[in-house]
Write a protein of this length. Structure first.
Lengths: 334, 334
């Protein structure tokens, strides 16, 4: 998948694959014949049917799970929006590469192959209070790098991110796409104090004023960052290959929300892995009409909430594929 | 562990092991040095510290996980409280033994060794509207069989149950232990219609009238069943061996709630795996002061919610034990 114009992204909704309704119906019929009262596995049944639709397979499988973490640096850090120095982004990428981060453990525990893609960390985006964060060419380049990283043969894709300052970016994207004041979208991120939160709010307000009245994909360029654009590219490439996606928390969802604002159908193949403790995430989930799989007060990013949700999906499919039907088991009541 | 008198159960709270506060403190200190903002893994951090305390090990492990499902039959079915015939209990036990039930798939997916213990299925308890469901001797026998089934070398124990009619038993135990009307504790169970729910309420009201003013352990005998007593025995035997426990949903929690009503310290080593869709479970969770690990609208029993939660605990410990500290990773901000 190759992106050449931001303007043509919304129209993709008409041409990208849809969920296979026959596979969904067959999966639902199977669920209703398994040795349990219909519906008794609750959300696990919904997740199995969701996977059936996107894999176009009434017996969906997760044999090959890919996790991608995109990292970027942000010019908005010049406004003092984050207590950590930008060098931490590269240090955490080194930690990912060495296997020492939370996402490494959660990918190992839940069976995902982790790919980490550092996007020009030595070349932060521009400060969005003084101009667009990225040029259109930079945005398309990051989207294409995100798309190119997707394994089209994966059974599921987990998305995450790392980037000092990117909770400010996420709040700006949310406010620009869905309205509301900067203060309503801002939270403590990696640990801002009240003065730091005030700086985040002021920076976002300045960015919203400077880049008002833009389309969602223009917003991605003006207020986003490379890892946000890469996430959008990966989401679309996964869709083209019928690979269902688990988005992570606030920052990952905010990136994908630009696609939702462009056309809600673009995210139909995406789940949100968890509800972040970052307050703006609730607003995003409501805007996207998404019920997160998990809720553990996590606020780390990296794809950690999505990787945890992968374990739940594995359990959902284990039940769907492995359970006996009433007839097979000779149990009354089927 | 051998139980000889129901009256002596509450006093066990004083002699059974407590969480190791040193191990908890060491585990917390480790969490605060790992490469993430302190607290950013939310509930996963709490779960790791919980495990550290009960295993008395600042680096807790799950190498040996045991799941026990106890099955029993209930005389209260004579009151028409369940749309399924009692034979389904034995049929489902056969399904467990053949590997075809949800709990089999979830134990396999989340790494637990499953033991299924059918407790005198051909000898249902008595109808509690006409007398005590079990004699004291029957209650102690079931408790001892539950205790004897516990693997004292397990790193964690998952508990579940199966028994046609036992959502009525659970509602009766909840109302007797914590007050409230029968109607407030009753839900659809495996699928009762309004007339069936009315029969459940009437049966519980009759049972509450007949067995009023009893101690929690007497309530277990009068209104409970063999699988409920076995769960209580297993909970206590696990505690004696410092094995943390994950309780399942409404019925399993209601059984253990008799111990909580006897002395809340008796359940200090227990988590509740999920919040059941069965409405009485909310009341139980509030009475026990428990926040369930998961919430998926499941209402199957068998230990399914607890087995799912085991996967989350594995992820929590993978992060706790596998992540690098700030110093190890050379990341700024530790």
């Amino acid at each position: 998948m190759q992106f050449e114009k931001l303007d043509s992204i919304p129209a993709l909704a008409a041409s990208l694959p849809r969920a296979d309704e026959n596979a969904r119906a067959e999966a639902l019929a199977r669920q209703n014949n398994l040795t349990k009262p219909p519906g008794a596995l609750g959300r696990l049944e919904e997740l199995a049917i969701f996977m059936a639709g996107w894999q176009a397979n009434p017996r969906p499988r997760i044999e090959r799970a890919q996790a991608l973490v995109f990292a970027g640096n942000h010019g908005i850090c010049a406004q003092g929006v984050n207590p950590f120095p930008q060098e931490v982004t590269a240090q955490m990428v080194a930690n990912f590469d060495a296997g020492g981060a939370a996402i490494n453990q959660l990918c190992a525990a839940n069976g995902a192959a982790l790919g980490v893609i550092a996007l020009d960390l030595d070349r932060p985006t521009a400060d969005f209070t003084t101009g667009p964060a990225m040029t259109v060419a930079e945005t398309l380049d990051a989207m294409n790098r995100g798309a190119a990283a997707v394994d089209a043969k994966a059974d599921i894709l987990i998305l995450g991110e790392m980037g000092i300052g990117n909770s400010t970016v996420a709040a700006a994207l949310g406010a620009a796409c869905f309205g509301g004041s900067a203060a309503e979208w801002v939270g403590p991120g990696t640990g801002s104090d009240p003065a730091g939160i005030a700086r985040k709010i002021a920076a976002i307000e300045a960015g919203l004023r400077r880049h008002a009245g833009q389309s969602p994909m223009q917003v991605l360029a003006s207020l986003g960052g490379r890892e946000q654009a890469a996430i959008c590219g990966a989401v679309l490439a996964a869709r083209a290959a019928r690979v269902p996606v688990i988005l992570d928390g606030f920052i990952c969802t905010a990136a994908a929300a630009c696609l939702h604002a462009a056309d809600p159908h673009l995210l139909a193949h995406c789940l949100v892995g968890h509800a972040s403790a970052e307050p703006g995430h609730r607003r995003l989930l409501a805007a996207l009409g998404q019920t997160p799989v998990l809720e553990f007060d996590m606020r780390l990013g990296e794809g950690t909430g999505a990787a945890l949700a992968l374990g739940i999906l594995r359990s959902a499919l284990a039940c769907h594929n492995g359970m006996a039907t009433f007839a097979e088991a000779g149990v009354a009541g089927g």
